[in-house]
Design a protein around this ligand. Sequence first.
Ligand SMILES: Cc1cc2nc3c(=O)[nH]c(=O)nc-3n(C[C@H](O)[C@H](O)[C@H](O)COP(=O)(O)OP(=O)(O)OC[C@H]3O[C@@H](n4cnc5c(N)ncnc54)[C@H](O)[C@@H]3O)c2cc1C
Length: 363
Amino acid sequence: MKEEKRRFDVAVIGAGPAGMSAAIRVRFVKEHEAMTLSTVLIDPGPVGGLLNAGRTRFVTGPSNLFEAELLLSALQRDVANFNIPVRQARAVRVLRRGDGSFATELLDGSVVRSSAVVLATGSRPLSNEMKWLGKGVFITSRGVSFFPGLLAEAKAFASQADRGIPALDAAPVVVVTNRNVRDLLPAFRGLGHPLLFLVPPGDERKLKGMPGEVLPAGSWRILRKEGNVLVVSIGEGTAFLSAGAIVLDYISFQRQPLLPEFDFDLMEERPGVPKVDSMLQTSCPGLFLAGDVTCRYASIACALADGVTAGFGAYTHAYSRMYGKEPPLFAYRAPEKPAAYLRLVRPGRRPAARKRHEKRKGG
Ligand SMILES: Cc1cc2nc3c(=O)[nH]c(=O)nc-3n(C[C@H](O)[C@H](O)[C@H](O)COP(=O)(O)OP(=O)(O)OC[C@H]3O[C@@H](n4cnc5c(N)ncnc54)[C@H](O)[C@@H]3O)c2cc1C
């Protein structure tokens, strides 16, 4: 593992709507005494997370139909304008150092140091699968009752791919899922097509007796289409499989997100889901959660709002570590004792903390 020289105030793991909103909030704090801190976005997949999974999204209701592309390009513009670096890598472990700071280990072998961490990892790390939606990749989107119909569509696609091939050699419908898929078993009965379940390492032990092969894979990537069959590399790219169709089972993923490892314990809301307070801070000071990873309500509006809350929370944590006091005068969060701050401010003068900050950043 190679520790990077640059140390960030806030590292944001996951660049979906929650992570982007958190990182932007860390950089975009309004005057008065407030000042921007440094941040980095870490994600192995495309920036935007599940915003890449379709053109149109309802943000709150049918009258609020937003084009995902428009929302994504607005977020991307801010990420670029605020010079937020994006590291294309998967975070595998978050360690807490003796001084209370964090070291995030990435799959590419590097280590990102930060004062605070926002974990906005949704329900799983993305690879390049969103590019293949409608070309053999199917995604659960409209609730459990639609799942059997989606499987039937995937089977029809895979059967078309296998036209003329004896059933025994047919490329399977690959279901990318986790241990929770056991609760969806009735939907697989009588499907009449070979099945392969691709699960996070360790989950295969919980899935004995499934109606198909169960394969553990830490990561996977779609390489190409051969005829109508998708060729997929798994793990470090040393093993391959053929898929007639791929089903991404978000019903199972949204019930238990795939988190990086920690070298500390977290209090849990329920098994596998960390507990958070009103600023979305976990029981580990400085570690915040935002978006689907909280397992509260999976929606873009909530993810954006969570990002703002966790972003401000992480900002406050990093600022307090640096200056030994909470940052004053947030635009939307009045301090407990306003008079104490007002005494510090003289019209027309730059606040002392801002001067110190500008000096530190060489500004
Ligand atoms: C098919 C579908 C349709 C939907 N339609 C709607 C809709 O119409 N309206 C609506 O409001 N909501 C909709 N949702 C829900 C909405 O997409 C999510 O609630 C929202 O995207 C959550 O944002 P997020 O940032 O928390 O997670 P995500 O968008 O999932 O982003 C998480 C990011 O974290 C990254 N990540 C994960 N693990 C790691 C790691 N270890 N290291 C680094 N990065 C990591 C992932 O690669 C991903 O890019 C839909 C969801 C699905 C699946």
